[in-house]
Design a protein around this ligand. Structure first.
Ligand code: SER
Length: 587
């Protein structure tokens, strides 16, 4: 069976059939704050499926980086991954069922050489809103799929929508017989030896919040095929981690731990999976760093769980193993995702820094865990103990749950979540309280000036000296005022340079990201702050790409492009050794 790289074969095939290849979107959605990560290939294309014109035309194809972390606990089995690649081809009001099904069939049987006898399909059986999909069934029959291998299934199986609202439609799914047993004549949707490999969605509807379904402006096609699962099928294994995608990484982990995959499959899969996902999150151009909120917290949890399993199977945590594995992954994928090579140092630093940080408390935390277990009455670890392990030793909940499971103990997860939420709210309120001083209201204009203040601070550091720090700041709707230490009057050239730099960053449309972390972590990360001793234990840090990182209560704009044009109006002495700049944002 065909073993050449699946992504290349796929893209070549669809490009030959008139599609334009589009690049993978970042793992962090660019225009959708409601989700943490892209979970499907179609997600970045939603506006175009809804009718917006795509600049590259009406036939598109790609491979998309996807991350799903909702069932982290299932990672460790043969088939689950937190990161995976999805192959997709789309028609935006161009071709429809016949062409889409025919191309899928051709790609599977002619390019990948999968025997037609091993395939079965499902189609939508219809309901009172949407008709039975006889059209797809008849295309399948015309291609040689016998009627017994075509199942008509209900909305739960053959109607696709991402979440509750948005573009949607009936789909046809393609299944492969993965077993040495003879292929049954008839398709049985309940038999797990039939594995789904491809999903073609005929997106011609939109579902609204009130539950109604209307027609979209165009009839679209959205298909999705998972690289990992298809690779396993092509290579004839039922464990995705035994495919060529993972072989070198798995071998390396065996070597590093001096154990075998057979002995420690679960831990080795977790290490392999989590480090790959961490590489892709840290390597994304969105600049995510480990933290205690949102994407940053997912990254932190993945790295910490990976470290715990590495320790468990005997990997030397101080050997630089995380870098070795990350480099293997970067090398493997750099051809397809050039951001990995570009962000290589950032990725390695993220992993090593997080490892060092966690390694300081891991051993003590594990000892504390053992103590808790030996004093435990009953078999449930209560929320206070779980929270202590989180708060004092940095154990994310699933890590505690997993440790507990290994001892036959359950954890009060709900109680923990409740406590965790209360804690976050308290520290947020604390930091908002603390940072109110000095800053005026939180209107839209003031918000822009807050962000401009960070850019100005960063620009002064570059132009004057890295020892320049903020000494004071005041913002009104008319202007910003910024005081900083400096032993001389700024020259015209210096002022111009500072102004140009700030405007350059505005032009670069850099996203502004926010994360919460402990004061110590903020200091360790090199974040800029005025009076560290005045800050609460949990602080908010705003990051503007590689330009600036500051402790601050916000609020800030989401992207520097919102600022308009920055102009210095005045530069003057404020007090001994302190200069003052007044500046405005225009337009
Ligand atoms: N959106 C569909 C899926 O994720 C097909 O791409 O399965």
């Amino acid at each position: 069976m065909q073993k050449a790289n699946l992504k290349d074969l796929y893209i070549n095939f669809f490009v030959e059939n008139g599609h334009v290849q589009i690049p993978s979107a970042p793992v962090v959605p660019e225009n959708d704050p409601s989700v943490l990560f892209n979970t499907a290939g179609m997600q970045p294309l939603v506006p175009y499926l809804m009718g917006q014109k795509h600049p590259l035309g009406t036939r598109l194809c790609d491979y998309q980086k996807c991350i799903r972390t909702n069932d982290l606990e299932s990672i460790g089995d043969k088939t689950h991954h937190t990161f995976f690649e999805m192959l997709g081809n789309w028609s935006l009001g161009d071709y429809f069922k016949k062409e889409s099904i025919t191309w899928s069939f051709e790609f599977l049987t002619k390019v990948l050489n999968i025997p037609v006898e091993k395939l079965a399909v499902t189609v939508f059986e219809g309901n009172n809103e949407i008709p039975r999909d006889e059209e797809s069934a008849s295309v399948w029959r015309s291609l040689g799929i016998p009627a017994e291998r075509i199942s008509y299934l209900d909305k739960d199986n053959n109607f696709w929508i991402a979440g509750e609202v948005g573009p949607c439609g009936p789909d046809t799914e393609i299944f492969y017989w993965r077993s040495d047993d003879p292929v049954p004549v008839k398709h049985d949707p309940e038999d797990e030896k039939w594995v789904e490999i491809w999903n073609n969605v005929f997106m011609q509807y939109e579902r609204h919040a009130d539950g109604t379904v209307t027609e979209l402006p165009h009839k679209n096609v959205d298909t999705g095929m998972g690289v990992e699962r298809t690779a396993a099928i092509l290579e004839g294994v039922d464990d995705n981690y035994l495919t060529s995608i993972w072989k070198d990484v798995v071998d390396k982990i065996e070597e590093m731990s001096n154990t075998t995959y057979a002995e420690n499959a679960k831990s080795i899969r977790i290490i392999a999976d989590h480090i790959r996902t961490a590489v892709f999150i840290a390597g994304d151009n969105s600049g995510i760093k480990p933290s205690n909120t949102d994407q940053g917290y997912i990254l932190r949890r993945l790295i910490r769980r990976m470290i715990r399993h590495a320790k468990k199977i005997g990997v030397d945590l101080e050997s630089g193993f995380e870098r070795t594995l990350a480099l293997m992954i970067i090398e493997k994928y750099a051809k397809y995702y050039d951001e990995l090579e570009k962000n290589k140092e950032v990725i390695l630093d993220v992993l090593t820094n997080e490892l060092n940080k966690f390694n300081r408390t891991l051993e003590k935390g594990l000892r504390e865990f053992e103590k808790i277990v030996s004093n435990l009455e009953g078999t449930t670890l209560n929320k206070d103990l779980a929270f202590k392990l989180y708060d004092t030793y940095g154990f994310p909940l699933e890590l505690t749950v997993e440790l507990a499971e290994e001892k036959g103990i359950t954890v009060d997860k709900e109680g923990f979540e409740q406590k965790f939420k209360e804690h976050q709210e308290k520290s947020r309120a604390g930091s908002e309280q603390r940072f109110k001083g000095g800053l005026a209201g939180d209107g839209e204009v003031e918000t822009k000036y807050h962000t401009a203040t960070h850019l100005l601070n960063a620009a002064l550091k570059q132009v004057i000296s890295k020892d320049v720090h903020q000494r004071g700041s005041n913002i009104t709707v008319e202007r910003m005022r910024f005081d900083f230490n400096c032993d001389h009057k700024l020259t015209d050239e210096e002022k111009q340079k500072v102004e140009d730099l700030v405007n350059e960053w505005i032009k670069q449309e850099i996203p502004v990201t926010v994360e919460e972390m402990s004061k110590q972590e903020a200091i360790d990360s090199g974040a800029e702050c005025m009076f560290i001793e005045k800050y609460p234990d949990v602080v908010t840090v705003y990051t503007i790409g590689n330009v600036s990182k500051e402790l601050c209560g916000g609020p800030h704009v989401q992207n520097t492009k919102e600022l308009g044009h920055f102009k210095i109006k005045k530069e003057e002495a404020s007090s001994a050794g302190v200069r003052r700049i007044k500046a405005i944002l225009e337009g």
